[in-house]
Write a protein of this length. Structure first.
Lengths: 113, 114
């Protein structure tokens, strides 16, 4: 059974800092990995989607990497801003289990002005 | 249009009420999903529709009844819910079920059962 772990569970940084969020998974037979952000009480906003054949994706200040063999993905946020404060979730879509996704529990990020 | 629209945003219902949640997308996506999310937990899959047919039911109680009237619309009919069903209900879509596609989520319906 796929297990997805996100570390740390919570992170507080001063504005302007570069930071890394981690997502690890136990079964490397995946189609893709998707990073989302979720503001309190809101839906999930897709940030980056990495296919299993890709190593990284970039969008603006965000860069996500994928190392399937080691079961790890990182989300790098450059020059953090208070508006980046949210919960960040990773979701792994696997070959087994009818292609359903497994979500991590998320990392709650607070960026202080 | 790159959005998934969910209505209503908030819903309070009694345990004897019947209500429906609505989800709409106009991206031409052929797979649509219902998720349930409790506070500080990740989303839990409830149902998957592919080409307007139910393909996955995650052993959801029958008081939740999904419906996909057409390729753009997904409903979730609610009847005789329990207080523990209070949660954020999220709808999502993807281009197709071939699993290389990512999800687009709606903003959710906050449901409170009293």
């Amino acid at each position: 059974k796929q297990e997805v772990t996100q570390i740390p569970a919570a992170l507080s940084v001063p504005e302007g800092e570069n930071l890394v969020l981690n997502c690890s998974f136990t079964d490397s037979a995946i189609y893709n990995l998707q990073w989302f952000r979720q503001d309190p009480g809101k839906g999930l906003t897709s940030l980056l989607l990495i296919q299993s054949s890709q190593r990284e994706q970039t969008s603006g200040r965000l860069n996500a990497s994928l190392d399937k063999s080691s079961g790890r993905s990182t989300l790098y946020i450059a020059a953090s801003q208070p508006g980046d404060s949210a919960t960040y979730l990773c979701a792994v879509r696997q070959y087994t289990n009818a292609g359903k996704s497994t979500f991590g529990d998320g990392t709650t990020l607070t960026v202080k002005p | 249009d790159t959005e998934v629209t969910q209505t209503p945003k908030h819903l309070v219902m009694g345990m004897t009420n019947k209500k429906s949640l609505k989800c709409e997308q106009h991206m031409g996506h052929r797979a649509m999903y219902w998720y349930k999310q409790k506070a500080k937990k990740p989303p839990e899959l409830m149902f998957v529709y592919s080409y307007e047919k139910l393909s996955i039911n995650e052993s959801v109680p029958s008081r939740f009844s999904p419906e996909c009237p057409n390729s753009s619309l997904l409903n979730l009919h609610l009847h005789a819910l329990q207080p523990e069903d209070s949660a954020l209900y999220l709808c999502a879509s993807s281009q197709d079920l071939p699993q290389s596609y990512g999800y687009t989520f709606g903003s959710g319906t906050r449901l409170t059962v009293v």
